[in-house]
Design a protein around this ligand. Structure first.
Ligand code: AMP
Length: 285
């Protein structure tokens, strides 16, 4: 595996790959099986795999955890090597953005109005900007993103379409701990007690999904059922619980088709998110 740390080296490594099918997995590092499942998926869809590890300052707001975001470059590179990755791009912020960089990719409309778009102002512009620059440097055939960050995945699809970036975007399923907790780099900061408390997120999603299975179609009722679980759970500060149309994250009063259940909460100082997509068959609605 080749490791490059600056843009000129990335561009020349990419040039050497020529016209092969390139699979790309952008990450912020501290890699776990969720990330590595995306690497495996990229390897199935392409014949060269590129992974970036970059904690992008643009997507962190003031008072968020940019400085304390967990990092383990040596461990990450070892995991990628064992997974057969061809090229790892590991730039610093100074190496990644050119001096005087002043361009932002701004995404508006329903896709960014709820969930993390509402609770982390500027976050998705930071994501859209880094992904656009990464795509134009790496020029992947296919890029793989986790459904763990469902809103991010839909926004990346939108940006790719709107700017004509021409990348095939693929979503990989959420990988979970045996307990049901969605894997996240931020889980490393949870104490054993907080890891148990964090299961309130999956319980809230279960509650929402069960309400739908029982026939509830009013979005507000499902939303309230999920919120109640978060509010009642010890050690949890709810950030949001929401139910939206999965395709465009629009608010719909009456649920049908593919529905996104999404939750976010703070467990101690750690902000966690989780989601589930539920399909309501026509005949059931
Ligand atoms: P991050 O390093 O958190 O920016 O995540 C990099 C990529 O890995 C994103 O596309 C995430 O959606 C994805 N990812 C993170 N956690 C998981 C998980 N538990 N299962 C599947 N994909 C994940």
């Amino acid at each position: 595996m080749r490791v490059v740390r600056n843009v000129p080296d990335l561009v020349s490594a990419r040039k050497e790959m020529g016209a092969q099918r390139i699979g790309f997995v952008p990450t912020m590092g501290f890699l776990h099986e969720g990330h590595l499942s995306l690497v495996d998926l990229a390897a199935k869809l392409a014949n060269r795999v590129v992974v970036s590890i970059f904690v992008n300052p643009l997507q962190f707001g003031p008072g968020e955890d940019l400085e304390t975001y967990p990092r383990d470059e040596r461990g990450d590179l070892e995991k990628l090597r064992r997974r057969g990755v061809d090229l790892a791009f590991v730039p610093s912020a100074e190496e990644f953005y050119p001096p005087g960089a002043a361009t932002r990719v701004h995404v508006e409309g329903p896709l960014t109005q709820r969930l993390c778009g509402a609770t982390r102002p500027g976050h998705f512009d930071g994501v859209a900007t880094v992904v656009t620059r990464l795509f134009s440097l790496v020029r992947p055939t296919v890029a793989v993103f986790g459904q763990k960050d469902f809103q991010q995945l839909q926004i990346v699809r939108r940006v790719n379409e709107d700017l004509g970036l021409g990348v095939h975007i693929v979503g990989g399923p959420i990988v979970r701990e045996p307990s049901g907790l969605a894997m996240s780099s931020r889980n490393a900061r949870l104490s054993p007690e907080e890891k148990t408390q964090a299961l309130a997120l999956t319980r809230a999603l279960d509650e929402g999904a069960n309400a739908i299975v029982r026939g509830e179609r009013r979005a507000e009722m499902v939303r309230m059922a999920m919120s109640r679980i978060l509010e009642e759970s010890p050690g949890i500060s709810p950030v949001y619980a929401d139910v939206l149309r999965a395709s465009d994250l629009a608010v719909v009063p009456q649920l049908e088709g593919e529905v996104l259940l999404a939750v976010a909460a703070r467990v101690g100082v750690t902000r966690l998110i989780d989601n589930r997509v539920v399909t309501i068959e026509q005949s059931q609605s």
